[in-house]
Ligand binder design. Structure first.
Ligand SMILES: NC(=O)c1ccc[n+]([C@@H]2O[C@H](COP(=O)([O-])OP(=O)(O)OC[C@H]3O[C@@H](n4cnc5c(N)ncnc54)[C@H](OP(=O)(O)O)[C@@H]3O)[C@@H](O)[C@H]2O)c1
Length: 305
């Protein structure tokens, strides 16, 4: 049986990806840094205690795996003090370094990254994987993170860089944060709402990850965003329609800046990212349209994960 090793699998995206590979018949070992986080894992996954930022016995399990998935990173939704910014960067770069030294020849590394690679705001430019990197803090973090992952090629591994857009899933991430104000009828666009909103349905993210794992010819960066990109105000309208609630309360930019400081740039800017390489390689999105994606995510009697 093929073995998958996952680091950073105890957060929002991890359990969905783990489930995807379990369903496809893989043995899935997951690095867990606190025993209490084992409860987050789908049944069938094998937890393994250890710290991804430090060498440890977990690296032997990583070395014995054909597929390695790295999702480690301190959550960016916190106040960006200088110390927290260091943590955002170091958790990503250090974990990737420790994973890369434990890659075997012929393995594939699927490494998380973000469309933040291109910078928080690219205006109206259509951004494919060939676009130049941005210059802001997150763009620089993504570049350092990707550089470290690409070191895996020197060990004979195939490296795929998953540049995630805004991941929409039921159990966490951006959608969960937005639901309460919308359900209370207090939703609305952020700033002007004209900024591009590069979203992806979590099911398509998981399917695209296994597509990359199973296609030996594929490597390098891939934009993990839906081809049906919308502006933030269109996303808000679709969400309001699906929830049957109004969305008439815009959140002014200065309020976001007051509450979130530097992080506000992420909500007020946008990247019109296109999944050029996934489309070129004939990956088929199950949810290319925002309204269908939201209907699926918010349906009343949800199937389990
Ligand atoms: N969600 C999105 O929309 C999105 C968009 C673009 C990029 N991404 C990137 O994709 C990756 C996964 O996203 P996610 O939403 O699943 O993130 P998440 O819910 O915040 O989970 C992050 C994972 O990293 C681990 N981690 C956090 N701080 C750590 C530390 N100090 N030392 C070691 N491990 C640490 C967490 O472990 P614990 O469970 O033990 O805390 C968890 O397993 C992240 O790197 C994120 O930046 C996500």
């Amino acid at each position: 049986m093929k073995k998958v090793f996952v680091a950073g699998g105890t957060g929002f995206i991890g359990p969905y990806i783990i489930e995807e590979f379990l369903t496809r018949g893989f043995e899935v070992n997951v690095l867990v840094r606190h025993p209490s986080r084992k409860d987050r894992l789908p049944s069938g996954a094998r937890p393994l205690l250890g710290d991804p930022l430090r060498p440890g016995p977990w690296q032997e399990v990583c070395f014995s795996s054909q597929v390695v998935i790295n999702l480690v990173g301190a959550n960016i939704f916190s106040r960006w003090t200088p110390a927290y910014k260091r943590l955002i960067r170091e958790t990503r770069v250090q974990a990737t370094k420790q994973i890369v030294v434990a890659l075997r020849e012929g393995a594939v590394l699927l490494n998380a990254s973000a469309v933040g690679f291109y910078g928080a705001d690219r205006g109206e430019e259509e951004v494919t994987e060939e676009a130049s990197p941005g210059k802001d803090f997150l763009a620089e973090v993504c570049q350092a993170w990707e550089r470290e992952a690409l070191e895996g090629e020197k060990r004979g591994a195939r490296v795929c860089l998953m540049r995630f857009g805004i991941v929409l899933g039921r159990d966490g991430g951006a959608l969960k944060k937005m639901l309460l104000p919308f359900r209370l009828g207090l939703g609305g666009p952020l700033g002007s709402g004209n900024q591009w909103f590069p979203w992806i349905h979590i099911k398509d993210l998981c399917r695209a990850a296994s597509f990359l794992a199973e296609n030996d010819a594929l490597s390098g960066p891939f934009n993990f965003v839906s081809p049906g990109i919308v502006r933030q105000k269109e996303f808000v309208k679709a969400l309001a329609r699906v929830l049957r609630r109004p969305a008439i309360f815009p959140v002014p930019g200065f309020i976001l800046k007051l509450f979130f400081g530097e992080l506000a740039a992420l909500f007020l800017g946008g990247v019109k990212a296109r999944p050029q390489r996934l489309l070129e390689h004939k990956f088929r999105f199950q949810f290319p349209e925002i309204e269908e994606a939201l209907k699926d995510l918010l349906k009343k009697s949800p199937e389990k994960r």
